[in-house]
Design a protein around this ligand. Structure first.
Ligand SMILES: [Fe+2]
Ligand SMILES: [Fe+2]
Length: 184
């Protein structure tokens, strides 16, 4: 079993890469090889695009769907880490990214639910999730997938991936009040 990450593992703490993605569409390039994880990722793409395309009327439901999805998606990955004894040094970074993302989603959801932020802020959250995901999948999830497959099939897990990490952004808020929009 090789290490799940290449030698530049710690570089991602320093490096910030921002890539703006206009559309996030499911494609085979996003497949990592562990079926259940790929299923989660397919669902992630679908649910985040629904948030990106949400209206003032659908935004709160779309936020709730993203939140519920991410909780179970991340919990599943944490469960796989534990079951396969994924090394702590890698799982810590991976979990930190999940925590950071969930915190942003919780915050936006809470503020939107009480009408403190509007549709623009919700769409910015969707955009930041779209920008974040390919790097996270490519760098963090791919190594976990390879590790699980290596453990499961006794194969050699070799992961050569670009070091892409999201830049975390907390969306601000200035557009139309969602609670009022929903009531209107
Ligand atoms: Fe994932
Ligand atoms: Fe992950």
């Amino acid at each position: 079993m090789s290490n799940p990450q290449s030698s530049n593992h710690h570089a991602h703490h320093a490096q910030r890469t921002t890539m703006r993605i206009e559309r996030l569409e499911w494609n085979d390039g996003l497949l990592l090889g562990h079926g259940p994880m790929d299923d989660e990722h397919r669902e992630f793409v679908h649910i985040v695009m629904a948030l990106r395309n949400s209206t003032a009327e659908t935004a709160l439901a779309a936020l709730a769907a993203v939140e519920a999805h991410l909780i179970s998606h991340f919990d599943l990955e944490h469960e796989w880490m534990e079951k396969t004894a994924f090394p702590d040094v890698y799982s810590k970074c991976h979990r930190d990214q999940h925590d950071e993302v969930l915190a942003s989603v919780f915050q936006v959801h809470q503020l939107a639910a009480i009408g403190q932020i509007g549709l623009g802020a919700v769409h910015r959250l969707a955009q930041s999730l779209m920008d974040w995901f390919p790097g996270h999948a490519d760098y963090m999830d791919s190594s976990l997938s390879a590790w699980i497959n290596g453990k499961t099939h006794g194969g050699q897990a070799v992961v050569l991936r670009r070091n892409l990490v999201h830049e975390s952004r907390i969306p601000g808020g200035e557009s139309k009040n969602l609670v009022e929009a929903k009531a209107a």
